[in-house]
Design a binder for this molecule. Structure first.
Ligand SMILES: Cc1ncc(COP(=O)(O)O)c(C=O)c1O
Length: 389
């Protein structure tokens, strides 16, 4: 069937027959979004390539936005978590709880400090480790617990903190995806010893390359991190600790400052697109073939930022292939590998039947502020077509 561009059709009718091309994340579009050349000129005329006023201004603005006392920018969120573990200096070989559904970086940060990670199945409804799963874990010999604040929501942190405090277990938050996510008014990363932010381009707040930060209310961690990110040096360049080089560069700080001005728009747009997905796919959820993501942080009315729109779908591989044929890019988070899947690193997924089942069905639909409503309509129509509804 041919659709002529000068013929007026009902928009829904047109969408049904016009093939769109919707990459999972349009990096080319992202690279044209801001006046980057102006930001490069501004950075060059400031004379600061590393450090300087853009870095301190950005750190200050993150403190203002999150309400968390300190922000120490670093090279990426993985470094941020490693620095937190170095600071904690936990007994080598001791056990750290991690959610099974998280990036390998969560676990590798603990492993890099000589610790052993124990993955735990996450909640089916939320995709996060919640107090429900944690209450079944023996915490008496655990040296730390990591919670990943995933996809734009936070876990039920009051209950989790009660469980951890009563067992004297410190919390390290993987809040790499957490910018703009709150639980009962507290920003992700503000519950335990410290958390992290990732400014990887596809994040709600992205830069041009890698970038990250430690966010913490702990003064000792903050002064440790300020020094360790810069080779362990103090104000007079005298090293205080064995450190590393992990710094956000000034150009990216300038870019992030500009993006931070628009963060409310980015999140509001994601929420608008998510509500379109929700409305158009709710019938499939009612039929039991699709499970849509949670709208709020666990046990809280703080809305998701929709860093990701992760669904659980029947026949997920077939659906992903069908969507690919329709020109729609989808991905499985972490390439489809939970921590429990990492056989080469000593884990056995056979011991995690719930995680295995979850990961067989779970994948991400396109979600970012650059998408248009028509594209979401096309995606939801294609999904509906797949299920023959
Ligand atoms: C949950 C989570 N943890 C850690 C990371 C690692 O962040 P970075 O790439 O900034 O090191 C990511 C990035 O994708 C993430 O999503």
């Amino acid at each position: 069937m041919t659709v002529y561009s000068n013929t007026v059709f009902h928009p829904t009718f047109c969408l049904l027959f016009t093939k769109m091309k919707i990459p999972f994340f349009d990096y080319k579009k992202y690279c044209k979004e801001l006046p980057y050349a102006d930001l490069v000129s501004e950075t060059l005329s400031s004379g600061y390539l590393i450090g300087g006023p853009a870095i301190s201004k950005f750190e200050e603005e993150i403190v203002n936005y999150t309400g968390i006392k300190h922000c120490i920018t670093v090279g990426n969120a993985t470094d941020a978590m490693e620095i937190i573990f170095d600071f904690l200096d936990l007994p080598k070989g001791s056990e750290v709880i991690v959610p099974a559904h998280t990036m390998i970086a969560t676990a590798s940060a603990a492993v890099s400090a000589g610790l052993k990670v124990k993955p735990i199945d996450v909640n089916f409804r939320y995709g996060l480790l919640t107090s429900k799963e944690l209450s079944n874990v023996n915490l008496s010999n655990v040296s730390a617990c990591m919670i990943t604040q995933l996809n734009g929501i936070c876990s039920d942190m009051d209950e989790i903190m009660n469980l951890l405090r009563s067992n004297s277990v410190p919390l390290v938050e993987d809040s790499a995806q957490g910018i703009g996510s709150f639980y009962k008014g507290t920003h992700a990363g503000g519950f335990g010893v410290g958390g992290c932010l990732s400014f990887y381009p596809a994040k709600v707040l992205g830069c041009l390359g890698d970038g990250g930060a430690i966010i913490t209310n702990n003064d000792d961690l903050a002064s440790y991190a300020y020094s360790v990110r810069d080779h362990g040096r103090g104000v007079d360049l005298q090293p205080l600790y064995w450190g590393r080089n992990s710094r956000l560069d000034s150009l990216n700080a300038n870019i992030l400052l500009t993006r931070l001005l628009n963060i409310d728009y980015y999140i509001e747009k994601r929420r608008r697109l998510a509500s379109l997905y929700d409305n158009n796919l709710s019938a499939l959820q009612d039929q039991g073939v699709l499970k849509l993501p949670a709208k709020h942080s666990v046990a809280s009315d703080n809305p998701s930022t929709y860093q990701n729109y992760e669904v659980l779908a029947e026949k997920s591989s077939d659906l992903m292939a069908f969507l690919k044929d329709k020109g729609i890019g989808t991905i499985r988070q972490w390439g489809g590998f939970s921590i429990a899947h990492l056989r080469n690193l000593g884990f056995n997924i056979d011991n995690y039947p719930r995680t295995l089942d979850q990961f067989d069905r779970m994948f991400l639909l396109p979600m970012n502020h650059m998408l248009e409503e028509e594209e979401i309509i096309y995606i939801t129509q294609s999904i509906t077509e797949f299920y023959g509804a």
